[in-house]
Ligand binder design. Structure first.
Ligand code: FES
Length: 79
């Protein structure tokens, strides 16, 4: 199994829209971080769906180590 690649050692702030689906890159290979660009197709990983419950700014994990994926939980501070 392929290991996740850290995209950035910090979260990505994104303004999300209530009810809209977002596909967070789990493999770290996407050129469109923090979202999927189908680069995972050369791995055994798949993107993680996130459906916004409110219109607001959320912080998508960039280090790919968050226990609360796809959102940042501060894990990147300990890497
Ligand atoms: S960027 Fe991954 S836990 Fe913060």
């Amino acid at each position: 199994m392929m290991k996740m690649k850290t995209a950035k050692n910090a979260p990505y702030p994104v303004e999300v829209i209530k009810g809209q689906a977002y596909y967070w890159c789990t493999c770290g290979l996407s050129e469109n971080q923090p979202f999927c660009d189908s680069s995972h197709q050369r791995t055994d990983m798949t993107p993680l769906e996130f459906i916004a419950t409110e219109t607001m700014t959320v912080y998508f994990c960039g280090c790919k180590q968050s226990a609360n994926a796809p959102l940042c939980d501060g894990t990147h501070f300990s890497l």
